[in-house]
Design a protein around this ligand. Structure first.
Ligand code: GTP
Ligand code: MG
Length: 196
């Protein structure tokens, strides 16, 4: 019985929760969106992974992720209880051009976006920033620490992405829960400042 209760407590949102917010986790192909939501979600994340075939070889550049065999074809979904009263719903949104149609729906009602960036593939982030801005989403940058991160400092990233001075830039390892949570908290703090 106890085990049933603990399962229920994990699956269902606590009665004490008064606020829920929808947050998008966005970024270019293979930047770590599915990994990020998987490391943070307190429920088994919903994933829509499909095997990549040769048909996508010329569109999805595997340069930065040579071992990748699947890609998200719709969305990732996860949930995180941030405090007794606040629950975040995380929606991973693909950055590839062919999924643009999704953004219309995904962006509706979203409070903001965490924009994952691979510092060695900065140019691939430009179209994603365009989308985030097109849909009027407040955002924070989470630099996913792939191996080359040490070569890029925050100022370089800010300049390359032409960020506003108050746009948060945090470093994270999408595979690490604590590190991922820190990035999300930076976004939430930014959103709260903007709302004040
Ligand atoms: N070294 C390292 N590898 C990572 C990190 N985050 C993700 N990866 C790996 O990078 C690859 C791509 O990660 P995904 O989470 O599938 O990326 P995605 O953004 O969801 O990819 P798409 O949905 O296909 O656009 C996977 O093999 C991950 O294991 C990281 O912080 N460091
Ligand atoms: Mg994915």
């Amino acid at each position: 019985m106890d085990s049933n209760r603990s399962t229920a407590e994990t699956i269902y949102v606590s009665d004490a929760v008064t606020t829920t917010a929808k947050i998008l986790v966005v970024g270019h192909f293979a930047v770590g969106k599915t990994t990020y939501i998987g490391s943070l979600s307190e429920i088994a994340p919903l994933r829509t992974e499909e095997k990549m075939t040769e048909a996508s070889a010329h569109v999805d550049d595997l340069k930065g992720a040579p071992d990748k065999v699947t890609t998200t074809v719709a969305l990732d979904f996860g949930r995180l209880t941030l405090s007794d009263e606040l629950v975040l719903y995380l929606f991973g949104t693909p950055g590839q051009q062919r999924f643009m149609q999704l953004w219309e729906d995904m962006a509706r009602g979203a409070l903001g976006a965490l924009l994952l960036v691979d510092p060695s593939r900065l140019a691939e982030t430009f179209p994603v920033i365009d989308l985030v801005e097109k849909y009027g989403l407040e955002y924070a940058i989470a630099v996913n620490t792939f191996d080359a991160t040490a070569e890029f400092d925050e100022d370089e990233i800010r300049e390359a992405l032409d960020l506003l001075p108050d746009t948060p830039v945090v470093y994270c390892d999408a595979r690490d829960q604590t590190s991922s949570a820190r990035a999300l908290i930076a976004l939430v703090q930014h959103l709260l400042t903007r709302a004040a």
